[in-house]
Structure formats: structure tokens, C-alpha cells
Design a protein. Structure first.
Ligand SMILES: Nc1ncnc2c1ncn2[C@@H]1O[C@H](COP(=O)(O)OP(=O)(O)OP(=O)(O)O)[C@@H](O)[C@H]1O
Ligand SMILES: [Mg+2]
Length: 216
């Protein structure tokens, strides 16, 4: 792709918002587009690392890391010539999240589209400010209902509470994600024509475009 490695950090201090789902699916998506991808799991729960150990694609490497090693593991991916690094973080906004953010090209704060969940990501917004990456931060609304006003209301709440933009691509609620997680595959392998596959394809396009041009 380019001679510069893009580091995409997936954050969200609200547990279960969908960080590991989005991180693994994004990494799978870029690897399937023949971009050399390193998925780094800095969450001690190890969900992404476990998923990645079963994902079969030569363009994806999976690496666990922790606070003392995260910066070095990201740097090694960079010097090794990776096109894309995706970092899956835990729900705690701790030192390893800050270290990962400091090395990031783009930060996605994953949140479900409810008022509680949007209020719940305040610590993630704060740590993005502290790490100096707020101008590279978007909130990604995940597990959205296909119909109704909730996502639009959530987007307004993100703007009102944090002055942050939401990613223009929203990810709908779909069981395909659970199957993809259980079987270490990309959602398109679960249901090629499903909404989840379409959403991830659109999100991957948007991420690749945005790492090139920034918020503009
Ligand atoms: N878009 C979606 N549609 C339906 N289910 C989803 C979606 N995104 C995530 N899930 C489900 O929600 C649960 C939590 O997702 P996930 O583990 O990705 O969250 P997380 O933010 O990584 O959690 P943690 O804070 O524990 O690391 C999982 O069962 C996952 O399959
Ligand atoms: Mg997780």
C-alpha cells in the first residue's frame, strides 16, 4: 500500500461495546484485501489473540502485548513493513491504552447507540485527549438497530457531550458477528450477502480512506 504503517486503535471503556468484534473484523478485512496486517491484542482477556490464532490468512499476524511491550510491538510491526496495525484494547483506560493511542493514526471509540453507553465512554474520550489523538478520534456506533432514530440520537449525543464526530459508517446488530467470532472467520464467510458483511466492507473502505486523508 503506502510506505507508512497505519495504526488503528479500537478503544471504548464501556465493557462489551464491541471492540474485539470490530478490531478482529477490521484486521480480517484488510488482510483479505492483501494488506499486510498485524492485529495486536493489548487486552489481558485475549479475545482478539484467541480469535486470530484460528484465522487463516497469510496477510494477518496476531500478537499479544502488554503495557511494557506495546510500544515495542507496534514499532516492530512498523519496521517490519506492515501496512496496517489494528490494536484491540481492554475496557480499562489504562497505561497500555494510552501507549497504543500515542502511536495511532486513527482511534475508533466503539459504543452502542444508547444514552447510557454514550455517557459511558467519557473515560475513553478523556484518554484520547490525554494521548493527544482527539483530532484522530471517531466514535463508531456498533450493534445499531436497522431502523429507527436511536443511532441518529446517539450521534447527536456524541456531538453534544464530547464535540466528537461519529464515523459515517454504522455497524448494525447482527448475529453474524457472533458466528464469525466463534469460528475465527470474517463475517463475509458467515453470510456473504448479509448486512454485517456489507457494514464491515463499508467500514474497511472508510478506514482506509480516512487514514490517508485524516479528518480533513
Ligand atoms: N454488531 C453486533 N451485533 C451483534 N452482536 C455484537 C455486535 N458487536 C458485538 N456483538 C456481541 O457483543 C458481545 C461483546 O462484544 P465484544 O467482545 O466485541 O466487546 P468488547 O468491547 O471487546 O468487550 P470487552 O470490553 O469485554 O473487551 C459479543 O458477544 C459479540 O458477539
Ligand atoms: Mg474485547
Amino acid at each position: 500500500m503506502s510506505n507508512r504503517t497505519a495504526v488503528i486503535t479500537v478503544t471504548g471503556n464501556k465493557g462489551g461495546g464491541g471492540k474485539s468484534t470490530i478490531a478482529t473484523q477490521l484486521a480480517a478485512g484488510t488482510a483479505m484485501r492483501a494488506l499486510s496486517t498485524v492485529l495486536i491484542d493489548v487486552d489481558p482477556q485475549g479475545s482478539a489473540a484467541e480469535w486470530g490464532s484460528g484465522f487463516e490468512d497469510d496477510d494477518l499476524i496476531v500478537q499479544p502485548a502488554d503495557a511494557p511491550t506495546a510500544a515495542r510491538v507496534i514499532e516492530t510491526a512498523r519496521t517490519g513493513g506492515a501496512d496496517i496495525v489494528v490494536v484491540d484494547t481492554g475496557a480499562k483506560s489504562d497505561a497500555v491504552v494510552q501507549t497504543s493511542l500515542e502511536a495511532s493514526t486513527l482511534n475508533l471509540i466503539v459504543a452502542r447507540p444508547s444514552r447510557f453507553d454514550i455517557k459511558g465512554i467519557a473515560a475513553s474520550v478523556e484518554i484520547a485527549r490525554k494521548a493527544g489523538v482527539i483530532d484522530r478520534t471517531w466514535v463508531l456506533l456498533n450493534a445499531c438497530p436497522h431502523y429507527g432514530q436511536r443511532p441518529a440520537e446517539a450521534e447527536a449525543a456524541v456531538q453534544e457531550l464530547y464535540g466528537l464526530p461519529c464515523c459515517p459508517v454504522r455497524v448494525d446488530r447482527s448475529e453474524d458477528f457472533e458466528h464469525a467470532a466463534n469460528n475465527s472467520v470474517h463475517v463475509s464467510r458467515v453470510n456473504r450477502k448479509g448486512q454485517a458483511a456489507a457494514d464491515m466492507s463499508e467500514l474497511t473502505d472508510w478506514v482506509l480512506k480516512t487514514i490517508k486523508k485524516g479528518r480533513g
